[in-house]
Ligand binder design. Structure first.
Ligand code: NAP
Length: 492
């Protein structure tokens, strides 16, 4: 193992717990196929799927073939490479709550093991500690093994600590890879490239030059059959605690000394620790909870959250916050964060608005000078837009006319030949090779929970219920006031 905490030998066996689940079928196995097709898996690499379903390897391979046919574009697969990929797959039925079937599983792992092993726990998180204990008892969790965990790691700080304690009782922290799939997205990694691969932005990337930051993760979908899970979670736990706060970290962090697991995660942790707690007294002015009612998204009528769920509920499907990163770099700069379901459009973006020019020489001619802005869009497409003031062409007698235009870098245009990869391709490749840079460390997860718990406790103490907003809008009207009372407005 290197000093940075990365494990050097690539795993030759991947064991997916929950291999018959939704995530495995939609994302994990198609991503693994992507790595196989591009020659990124060693010739002796094998994947063992496990779940309770009573399948043999042949039936599992058939299931995976169907997933690939549905999920991987025709242009990105061919019969030969699919057949060779399926040959790498094995299946062992096991109920992780039943010791007898667990023994059959551990025997199978021993039989297949030729080198390092990566375990991917894609089951309900309550199984994480028991699975690790089974692996530990079977002596399958020592040197040369590592474990990848799906979110959510708990639903609050106490439950996260319990899961982390359970897992790290078997695997030391350097061998635990917590997934936040946003970190596997090209656009998110490109944010690091933009900030730390260019000298242009760093001198401006601070409170002297930036007026406000907005981070939006807007979904147009509702709860899509995941109502029972979602109703216990809500937007704060499902999106804010992980994806949104990770984006805050990457936007706000200091330059790490190198792109390695310790350096990057140390800097992210400092950001999380600098987040100003939103105290009970600040809750009404700095947070908004919302829940969608019936409306229309893209012209299609959709039911409200309670109708989709089939019962009354006080769970927030939207949250907006005015947050602060209390350090020298960001002192006084508001970070407006929002995420919600059934929003007007699907968008994940980071918007940095620069401060206005100190004096406008164009004021006499009535030309407005708008502040510059940098927009880093991650979804639906990856693009970077720098908004600049530009002269409107023409022969004006009363001074210049100005308009704001965008310097637009759409990454899909710049790199047309590159296949758009699934986030799990990057994550699998890194976890197989033992590089934890794009995974979340225990202290990050727990610090994020501590901050979120403060907000949720505050809501509870004040008896705050979500305000309703019609599906197909950008949230309740009180979210508008959250920014406007400070002279800012949401980018819509
Ligand atoms: P899922 O569709 O409910 O799948 C759960 C998997 O666990 C199935 O393969 C199930 O198979 C297996 N399982 C259940 N009980 C078991 C037991 N006692 N012993 C062994 N296997 C058992 O869930 P999912 O949506 O794939 O999610 C998996 C994990 O990923 C969860 O932690 C979830 O929070 C996380 N995640 C999912 C998504 C997503 O989009 N789906 C997104 C982010 C994170 P059998 O029924 O055959 O046992």
């Amino acid at each position: 193992m290197s000093a940075s905490g990365s494990v050097s030998r690539p795993a030759s066996l991947l064991v997916i717990f929950g291999a018959t689940g939704d995530l495995a079928g939609r994302m994990l196995l198609p991503s693994l196929y992507g790595l196989h097709r591009d020659g990124l898996l060693a010739t002796d690499f094998r994947c063992l799927g496990t779940a309770r379903s009573d399948l043999d390897t042949g039936a599992f391979r058939d299931q995976v073939r169907q997933h690939l046919e549905k999920r991987v574009p025709v242009a990105d697969r061919d019969t030969d490479s699919v057949a060779r990929f399926l040959d790498r797959l094995e299946y062992q039925a096991a109920d992780v709550a039943d010791s007898q079937s667990a023994t059959a599983l551990t025997e199978r792992i021993k039989a297949l093991r030729t080198g390092d092993v990566l375990y991917h726990l894609s089951t309900a998180p309550r199984f994480y500690a028991p699975i690790c204990a089974v692996l530990g008892a079977a002596r399958l969790a020592g040197a040369g093994t590592r474990v990848m965990l799906e979110k959510p790691i708990g639903h609050d700080l106490a439950s996260a600590v319990a899961i982390n304690d359970g897992v790290t009782a078997t695997f030391d922290e350097s061998r635990v890879f917590r997934v936040d799939h946003y970190l596997g997205k090209e656009g998110v990694q490109n944010l690091l490239a933009l900030r730390f691969g260019n000298a242009l932005f760093e001198p401006l990337w601070n409170a002297r030059h930036i007026e406000q930051v907005q981070i939006t993760v807007a979904e147009t979908i509702g709860v899509e059959g995941r109502g029972d899970y979602y109703d216990h979670s809500g937007a704060s736990r499902d999106m804010l605690q992980n994806h949104l706060l990770q984006l805050v970290c990457l936007t706000a962090m200091e330059p790490p000394s190198q792109f390695d697991p310790s350096a990057v995660r140390n800097e992210k942790l400092k950001v999380l620790r600098s987040l100003r707690p939103i105290e009970v007294a600040d809750i009404p002015n700095n947070s908004v909870a919302g829940q969608y009612t019936a409306g229309a998204v893209d012209g299609v009528a959709v039911p409200g959250y309670r109708d989709e769920l089939g019962r009354a509920s006080n769970t927030e499907t939207y949250i907006a916050l005015r947050a602060h990163v209390d350090n020298w770099r960001w002192s006084g700069v508001p970070f407006y964060l929002r995420t919600g379901k059934r929003m007007a459009r699907r968008a994940t973006e980071i918007y940095l608005q620069f401060r206005a020019v100190p004096h406008s020489i164009f004021a006499n001619s009535g030309a407005a000078v708008e502040p510059n802005a940098l927009i880093i869009s991650l979804q639906p497409e990856e693009r970077i837009e720098l908004r600049l003031m530009h002269k409107t062409p023409g022969l004006d007698r009363n001074g210049l006319k100005l308009a704001q235009v965008a310097l637009d870098l759409e990454t899909s245009d710049a790199f047309k030949q590159a296949r758009r990869r699934l986030a799990y391709e990057r994550l699998y490749l890194d976890a197989i090779e033992g590089n934890g840079t794009l995974f979340v460390r225990r202290d990050e997860t727990e610090t994020a929970w501590q901050w979120i718990d403060g907000i949720l406790d505050g809501w509870q103490k004040l008896g705050i219920s979500p305000k309703s907003y019609p599906a197909g809008t950008f949230g309740p009207s009180s979210a508008v006031a959250l920014t406007e009372r400070h002279g800012h407005s949401w980018r819509e």
